[in-house]
Design a protein around this ligand. Structure first.
Ligand SMILES: Cc1ncc(COP(=O)(O)O)c(C=O)c1O
Length: 431
C-alpha cells in the first residue's frame, strides 16, 4: 500500500491526533481499514471534494449518505444562512419543526407521528426504548452485519451458537445488556422464527436495515421483509426499519415504499438533516403517543433536538426530492454499475456487484453476497490497494470494503465516465 496523501493533510492530521482520539470524531475516518493518512478536507462543491493540498476528488461518500444533492447546495446553504440570522437554537417550539415533521409524515407511508433527535444513533436507541416501553418486553432481535449506530444494545455480536447469549462487541458494554440482544443472520427469516420461539413473549422489537448498507450493499432476499412483518405480527413485537441510509434514498418513502412492506417504527437520519446533525424516529400513532410527555411517558429528550438550522436544511432537501431526482439517481447508479461490470469483464475479473437504487458496492469476492459471512469473504487486502489507486487518481470512496458508494443527484455523466475510467485503471494496476 502506498500512501499518496499530500503533505498538508498529513501535517494537519498529525496535529489532530494530539487532541482528538485517533485524530477523528468517528473512527472510520481514520482510514484504519485501508492504512495511511486520510486527506484532510478543506471544502466540497457539488459532487466534488477538495483537500488541504488542493487535490480534487469525485466524492462517493457524500458525508456517508446525507448529501443527496452534493456539497454546499445553494438552496440548503441559503435556508441555513437565513435560519442562522434568526437565532441558532431556542429549546422551545418553532414552526420549522412542524414543517419538517409534516413533510416526513407526508413522504414516509408508515409514519403518522415523528420525533426529531440529533443523529441516527439517537433515533435507533430511542426507537428501541419506545418498543420496550410499549410492549413491556426487554429483548430485541437484530441482524449480523447491520449497523444501527453505537448504542449499547446494538454493539453485540452473536453468541457462539444459537443458544448462547450475545457478547459485547466493545469494552464498556455490560454482559447484562448483551444478554438482551439476539443477533441472527441477515436474510434468514427462519432464524428469526426460531429466536421468537425460544423467547416467547420476551421480544420487544425486531430491528433491521431493510437494505443492509453497512456490510457493503446487501439487498433483502425476495420475501424476507414480508416474512419479518408476518413474524412480528404473530409475536406481537414491534418491527423497526432502520432507514437511516435507505430513507429518502431509495424512494421518497424509503425502503418501505420501495419494497411495499410497512414497519411499525422507522428510524431516519442522514438525508433527513440535509447534512446537519439530525435523526428522527416515527411510526404508528398508537405507539408514538407513548413518547414522553404522552401516554406511558417513555423518556426521550434533547436540548438541541428540532434545532432550527437542522430543520431548515432537512426540509429544504426533502422538498427538492422530486420524481425526476429518483430517475436521475437511478440512471447514474445504473451507469456506474454497468460500467463497472463492463470493466470487470474486460479485465477477466468476476467480482460481485450489488446495487439497490443509489446504494452500490463492489465486493472483492466471486461469491454472491447475501449476508455477513459472504460479505466478509471479500479480499480486504485487494480492496486496500484498489482504494489507494482510486484515491490518487481522484475518486474518493469510503475507506472500507464494507460500505456503499452513494452517487448524488448532482454527479454528472462526466463524473461517472471519469470514475469508470479510473475504476478500470485502478483494477488493472492491482492485478
Ligand atoms: C443504518 C444506520 N443506522 C444508524 C446509523 C447511525 O447514525 P449516526 O451515525 O448518525 O449516529 C447509521 C450510520 O451510519 C446507519 O448507517
Amino acid at each position: 500500500m502506498v500512501d499518496h496523501t499530500g503533505p498538508k493533510s498529513i501535517e494537519a492530521f498529525t496535529e489532530a491526533q494530539k487532541y482528538i482520539p485517533g485524530g477523528v470524531n468517528s473512527p472510520a475516518r481514520a482510514f484504519g481499514a485501508v492504512g495511511g493518512n486520510p486527506p484532510v478536507i478543506s471544502h466540497g462543491k457539488g459532487a466534488h471534494l477538495f483537500d488541504l493540498d488542493g487535490r480534487e476528488y469525485i466524492d462517493y461518500v457524500c458525508s456517508w449518505g446525507p448529501l443527496i444533492f452534493g456539497h454546499a447546495h445553494p438552496r440548503v446553504v441559503q435556508v441555513v444562512q437565513e435560519a442562522c440570522t434568526r437565532g441558532t437554537s431556542f429549546g422551545a417550539p418553532t414552526l420549522a419543526e412542524t414543517a419538517l415533521a409534516r413533510q416526513i409524515v407526508q413522504m414516509v407511508p408508515s409514519i403518522e407521528m415523528v420525533r426529531m433527535v440529533n443523529s441516527g444513533t439517537e433515533a435507533t436507541m430511542s426507537a428501541v426504548r419506545l418498543a420496550r416501553g410499549y410492549t413491556g418486553r426487554d429483548k430485541i432481535i437484530k441482524f449480523e452485519g447491520c449497523w444501527h449506530g453505537h448504542g449499547d444494545s446494538f454493539l453485540i455480536k452473536a453468541g457462539s451458537s444459537a443458544l448462547t447469549l450475545g457478547a459485547p462487541d466493545s469494552p464498556g458494554i455490560p454482559q447484562a445488556i448483551a444478554a438482551l440482544s439476539i443477533t441472527v443472520p441477515y436474510n434468514d427469516a427462519g432464524a428469526v422464527k426460531q429466536a421468537l420461539r425460544q423467547n416467547p413473549g420476551q421480544i420487544a422489537a425486531i430491528i433491521v436495515e431493510p437494505v443492509a448498507g453497512n456490510m457493503g450493499t446487501v439487498p433483502p432476499r425476495a420475501g424476507f421483509l414480508e416474512q419479518l412483518r408476518q413474524l412480528a405480527d404473530q409475536d406481537g413485537c414491534v418491527l423497526i426499519f432502520d432507514e437511516v441510509i435507505t430513507g429518502f434514498r431509495l424512494s421518497p418513502g424509503g425502503a418501505q415504499e420501495y419494497f411495499g412492506v410497512m414497519p411499525d417504527l422507522t428510524c431516519l437520519g442522514k438525508i433527513v438533516g440535509g447534512g446537519l446533525p439530525v435523526g428522527a424516529y416515527g411510526g404508528k400513532r398508537a405507539i408514538m403517543e407513548n413518547v414522553s410527555p404522552l401516554g406511558k411517558k417513555i423518556s426521550q429528550a434533547g436540548t438541541l433536538s428540532g434545532n432550527p438550522l437542522a430543520m431548515s436544511a432537512g426540509l429544504a432537501q426533502l422538498q427538492m426530492l422530486t420524481p425526476e431526482v429518483y430517475t436521475r439517481l437511478e440512471q447514474l447508479s445504473q451507469q456506474l454499475e454497468e460500467g463497472m461490470a463492463a470493466n470487470l469483464k474486460s479485465l477477466g475479473l468476476r467480482y460481485t456487484l450489488n446495487r439497490v437504487g443509489s446504494m452500490l458496492c463492489m465486493f472483492f469476492t466471486e461469491s454472491q453476497v447475501v449476508d455477513y459471512p459472504t460479505a466478509i469473504s471479500a479480499d480486504t487486502g485487494c480492496f486496500k490497494r484498489y482504494f489507494w489507486e482510486l484515491l490518487q487518481r481522484g475518486v474518493y470512496m469510503a475507506p472500507s470494503q464494507f460500505e456503499c458508494l452513494f452517487p448524488s443527484a448532482v454527479h454528472s455523466e462526466v463524473d461517472v465516465e471519469t470514475t469508470l475510467h479510473i475504476h478500470y485503471e485502478a483494477l488493472k494496476a492491482i492485478h
